[in-house]
Design a protein around this ligand. Structure first.
Ligand SMILES: O=C(O)CCC(=O)C(=O)O
Length: 260
């Protein structure tokens, strides 16, 4: 059982599934060629950052055009827009490596270590909407899949500490199985973790996180000026670069997409 969606429009059924489970799975968004380009870019990023073990590298989209193209991918952006309206930013973009023979990761909800989103109220609001592009095959379990607990974004109680500290499995979890090039689209409050990887190769996934325009970026303190100069107006906007004529007040953010 999977909350399967298609590229593009956020349908009424998508909305129902997203509200019910907290995530959607969009199979085969990228072509084989696109997957290969993104995978090679991911390997380069981790090599130049010198990462070892499970690791995340941010801002790869600034230097790797194949990863930049995914920032506003037409399969995904209409769904982000349907959930947020016309005003949102890309809060961060992380390239994650689950190394060969890597074990399970720690259960968590996304958010800010500095301020638990749970303090904001119930249900935990949508503040970090994530599109995860799988860059290696994950059609069977134990290939570094993502593991999610469906509907847990609406749980009034956290996952027990005993389960979290022992990294135990949970009877209601769902190991996401999908081919390379598929996208997992999910709410920040869904409990999730990296699943085990038995393969002898590193697994890479590219995560793009979208937020309301007033959320602070987490992969950068400031934008790279060369990247801003050469990228497209939509991507510049998504990097949070837009005019606020009435700053420091909150009203009148320009809506990037309103004339499209
Ligand atoms: O790429 C992965 O394995 C998952 C990463 C993750 O859980 C996270 O970034 O919150």
């Amino acid at each position: 059982m999977n909350p399967i969606s298609s590229p593009g429009e956020f349908t009424e059924l998508d909305r129902f599934m997203f509200e019910s489970w907290g995530y959607l799975l969009i199979p085969s968004v990228l072509s084989e060629e696109e997957v290969n380009e993104c995978l090679e870019a991911s390997v380069r990023l981790h090599q130049s950052a010198g990462t070892t073990g499970w690791a995340q590298v941010g801002r790869g989209y600034e230097t790797e055009i194949s990863l930049e193209r995914l920032i506003d991918h037409p399969a995904i952006l209409p769904k982000v827009r349907a959930l947020y309206g016309d005003r949102f930013i890309m809060q961060s973009g992380w390239c994650t490596k689950q190394p060969a023979f890597g074990g399970v990761g720690g259960w968590h909800q996304d958010g800010s270590g500095a301020y638990d989103f749970r303090k904001l109220g119930y249900p935990i609001p949508l503040l970090q909407l994530r599109a995860s592009f799988l860059l290696t095959d994950q059609t069977v379990p134990r290939t570094g899949n993502m593991e999610l607990i469906p509907g847990s974004h609406r749980s009034q109680v956290p996952l027990p500490d005993s389960i979290r500290s022992s990294r135990e499995s949970v009877p209601v979890s769902h190991v996401i199985c999908a081919p390379a090039g598929s996208v997992l689209f999910f709410h920040n409050a869904v409990w999730h973790r990296t699943y085990a990887h038995d393969g002898d190769y590193d697994r890479y996934t590219m995560h793009y996180i979208y937020s309301p325009p007033w959320v602070r970026c987490s992969d950068r303190f400031e934008n790279n000026p060369e990247f801003l100069q050469r990228t497209t107006p939509t991507r510049r906007y998504l990097m949070g670069e837009f005019e606020r004529p009435d700053a420091p007040f909150g009203a009148s953010y320009p809506a990037q997409f309103e004339n499209e």
